[in-house]
Design a protein around this ligand. Structure first.
Ligand SMILES: Nc1nc2c(c(=O)[nH]1)N[C@@H](CN(C=O)c1ccc(C(=O)N[C@@H](CCC(=O)O)C(=O)O)cc1)CN2
Ligand SMILES: [Mg+2]
Length: 281
C-alpha cells in the first residue's frame, strides 16, 4: 500500500513554479495575486496565510485585502472591480466561504475570467468542459497531479466521485473524464451508494462527512483519494474516509492532513503563472 504524499508532491510543484517565476522575472514579468478574505473564519485565515506564504516562496507578490465581516456586497464588488482593472494584478482569489449575507455567485461572476486563478468563473468551467486552455480549479487539478505523479493510471479506469459540489465533485469528474477515465458521480440521492463505490478502481470522496467511507465501500486494490477535511473536538484533522479501516484494502490512499489539501495551494501558484503566460502583458 502506497501513502500518497501530498506534502512532498505539492513541494515539487511549488519548486517547479518557483523556477518558472524566476524565468519570467528575468524577462521583466512580475506576477501579483490579490488575496481577498472577508471576515475571520479561523480555517479560512489558515488557508489565506498559507497561500500568502506560498506566494512568497515561489516569488509571486500577494496583495492582501482583509475585510471586516460586515463588508457589504457593494464594497466587495468594488474591490473585485478595482483588481480587475489593475494591470499589475494577474490573479484574483476570493477566499470561500463568504459570510452568509454576501452573494458568492455574484462575486465569482464579477472576477475577470483572465484573472480567475481559482477556476470558479463560468467561463473557466466552460473551457474546462470543452478542453480549451484556461484555469483549472485547484483542488480537482491537484488530485489529477497526485494520481499522475504517484504513477496511478487513469485511462480506462472505473472512477467514482462521491459528491457533486461546483468546486470539487463536478470539476473532479470532468478532469477524470479528460484523462479517459470512466466516470460515475454519486450524491445524496444515489441508490446503493456502497455498491457503486465498490466498482471504483479510483474512488474520490468529497462529501463533507467525517469518516463516512469505511472499508465496506471499497474494492480490494482500489486507489482512494480523500478530499474531505474536518477538525474534531480535540482539534485533530480527519477526512471523509475512515483511513484506518480503508487503507489496508487499497493500493494507494491519500492521508488527511498531508494529502489533497496542500495540493490546492500548489495548484493555485501554478495557475498564477498560467495567468501571466496566457494573459499577462
Ligand atoms: N477561493 C477558494 N476558497 C476555498 C478553496 C479554494 O480552492 N479556493 N478551497 C477550500 C479551502 N482551501 C483553500 O482555500 C484549502 C483547504 C485545505 C488546505 C490544506 O493545506 N490542508 C491541510 C491541513 C491544513 C490545516 O492544518 O488546517 C492538509 O489537508 O494537509 C489548503 C487549502 C475552501 N475554500
Ligand atoms: Mg451567501
Amino acid at each position: 500500500m502506497q501513502i500518497i504524499d501530498g506534502k512532498k508532491i505539492s513541494q515539487e510543484i511549488k519548486d517547479e513554479v518557483k523556477e518558472e517565476v524566476a524565468q519570467l522575472k528575468a524577462e521583466g514579468k512580475d506576477i501579483a495575486l490579490a488575496v481577498i478574505q472577508v471576515g475571520a473564519d479561523p480555517a479560512s485565515s489558515v488557508y489565506v496565510r498559507n497561500k500568502k506564504r506560498a506566494c512568497e516562496y515561489v516569488g509571486i507578490e500577494s496583495v492582501s485585502y482583509e475585510l471586516p465581516e460586515e463588508t457589504t456586497q457593494e464594497e466587495l464588488m468594488a474591490i473585485v472591480d478595482k483588481c480587475n482593472k489593475d494591470p499589475k494584478i494577474n490573479g484574483i482569489l476570493v477566499q470561500l466561504p463568504l459570510p452568509k449575507h454576501l452573494d458568492e455567485d455574484e462575486v465569482l461572476l464579477a472576477i475577470d475570467p483572465k484573472k480567475d486563478v481559482d477556476g470558479f468563473h463560468p467561463v473557466s468551467v466552460g473551457n474546462m468542459v470543452i478542453g480549451e486552455k484556461g484555469f483549472l480549479p485547484c483542488t480537482p487539478a491537484g488530485v489529477i497531479q497526485l494520481l499522475k505523479r504517484s504513477g496511478v493510471e487513469i485511462d480506462g479506469k472505473e472512477c467514482v466521485v462521491v459528491g457533486r459540489s461546483n468546486i470539487v465533485g463536478k470539476p473532479m469528474a470532468m478532469l477524470l473524464l479528460r484523462e479517459n477515465g470512466t466516470v460515475t458521480i454519486c450524491h445524496s440521492h444515489t441508490k446503493d451508494l456502497k455498491e457503486v463505490c465498490k466498482r471504483a478502481d479510483i474512488l474520490v470522496v468529497a462529501i463533507g462527512k467525517p469518516k463516512f467511507i469505511d472499508d465496506s465501500y471499497v474494492k480490494d486494490g482500489a486507489v482512494v483519494i480523500d478530499v474531505g477535511i474536518h477538525r474534531n473536538e480535540n482539534n485533530k484533522l480527519c477526512g471523509d474516509v475512515d483511513y484506518d479501516k480503508v487503507a489496508p484494502k487499497t493500493t494507494a490512499i491519500t492521508p488527511v492532513p498531508g494529502g489533497v489539501g496542500p495540493m490546492t495551494i500548489a495548484m493555485l501558484m501554478k495557475n498564477c503563472v498560467e495567468s501571466k503566460k496566457l494573459f499577462g502583458e
